[in-house]
Design a protein around this ligand. Structure first.
Ligand SMILES: C[S@@+](CC[C@H](N)C(=O)[O-])C[C@H]1O[C@@H](n2cnc3c(N)ncnc32)[C@H](O)[C@@H]1O
Length: 209
């Protein structure tokens, strides 16, 4: 069994080796008065822990260049930087998520580069700068299905080696996987995370086919 690590202060918790803050934490309560994400980026979502668990089993190369798309508060970005020493860019369409990401990065003593942009506008040239694309809980509307599948194609064509997304299992996510399956090597797995608590969902890894 792992060593028991007691939380050093109230409303702070750990998952997969990183520290996170609950909504009740004093700092988060203060920030919520000033910054209000409006596209569901108002907390860390459980699917991010699915990718963290997946990467424990299928790790990325140390110091990989990673872009997280639809990062929200960026728990996954922070994990990649902390666990793999990755050089991480966190992209989100909503600038209001980045103050939270900055706090999480500082809390975990890592650097993550913020990028305010829609993943629909991420060019092949920009994607070619990365080894790995990750994302969690980002395929939640019908209108996101095709743009995400196109993003995967642009990324793999530009030389990205691995694209890894997780989702609770929405129909839109499976539609996106089906579209990718027509062009690339798609490996879809049911997965579960065990930290901060048990959560089940889906992880897809897509590589050039
Ligand atoms: C459900 S949240 C997930 C946040 C984070 N990935 C997590 O697991 O905690 C979805 C995020 O995707 C972002 N998003 C939605 N559409 C986007 C787009 N077209 N380009 C970039 N980010 C987008 C939202 O602003 C939000 O932060």
């Amino acid at each position: 069994m792992p060593k028991l690590e007691r939380s050093p202060e109230p409303h702070l918790y750990q998952a997969y080796g990183i520290y996170l803050l609950e909504n009740k934490h004093k700092l988060i309560r203060q920030m919520k008065k000033r910054y209000q994400p409006s596209v569901h980026g108002h907390r860390p979502w459980d699917s991010s822990f699915l990718v963290m668990d997946y990467l424990q089993h299928r790790p990325m190369t140390q110091r990989s260049r990673v872009i997280e798309v639809g990062s929200g508060w960026g728990p996954l970005s922070v994990f990649c930087a902390s666990r793999f020493g990755a050089k991480v860019t966190a992209l989100d369409i909503d600038p209001e998520v980045f103050p939270y990401l900055k706090v999480l990065a500082e809390l975990n003593n890592v650097k993550v580069e913020p990028l305010v942009k829609s993943f629909k506008k991420l060019s092949s040239e920009e994607l070619g700068e990365f080894d790995v694309v990750v994302g969690s809980d980002i395929c939640f509307w019908d209108e996101l299905v095709k743009p995400l599948a196109k993003l995967v194609t642009r990324a793999l064509d530009a030389g990205v080696k691995r694209v890894i997304f997780a989702d609770p299992g929405r129909p839109t996510f499976y539609e996106m996987c089906d579209l990718c399956n027509k062009k690339h090597k798609v490996s879809l797995s049911e997965w579960y995370a065990v930290e901060p608590e048990r959560f089940e969902g889906e992880v897809v890894e897509i590589r050039a086919g």
